[in-house]
Ligand binder design. Sequence first.
Ligand SMILES: [Zn+2]
Length: 226
Amino acid sequence: MQKASKFLGFVLAIFIILAFFWLRFERLRFDAIVIHHSASTVDNYRTIADYHLKEKGWRDAAYHLIISNGSTEIPLGFLEATRRYQYLSPSPATKNMYYNLRAIHICVVGNYDKREMPVRLQEALADTIRQLQEKFGIADDHIFFHRDCSSSSCPGSFITKEKLQKWLTSEADRCPKAVKIQHEKCIGTDWGWVSAANRALTRFSGRAFGFLGFLFPGSLPFQPIA
Ligand SMILES: [Zn+2]
């Protein structure tokens, strides 16, 4: 009897330790956020994924999350999570390997080399960033633009760090409730249609990156442009 309870205690301890690391490594998976624009006027996850497959040969859109500008059936400000987000997998979105591996890449649909980002999108972007910071424990000074990581004008010359700072402090809270709730769902939930085994395997590889973050919690190789 004593032996059995000892064994049960042992199994329980192992289970608790595994559960701890499973959750911990997901949180540690990403240690930065990189912001992109689509440099187009009409786009969504489906069209970006098609474009990246055709032009670059990538199996999925380069980003983890895509924010709609309302140009397609996806309502303005709503998020689409790509398979890269679901699987916690790396992104090929910049020429900087470190940020491709360790950052979560958000694409806002629109061309912000040509025009100002609409206020509703500023709010949606700010809310998305705040929610991701909360979920993955990412600090304010680990928020970057594509152009901070490798040579590019992305996410457009109309978007500056000063503006982003303002959006984060004053506009994240103004994001409409329905949009916030959609963001919470998109950032927080699993997709039903991915097979359980496939999901477990791919998420495991994502957590392996989290484990790397656990082993090497040091600073990023480049200074953020504050
Ligand atoms: Zn970009």
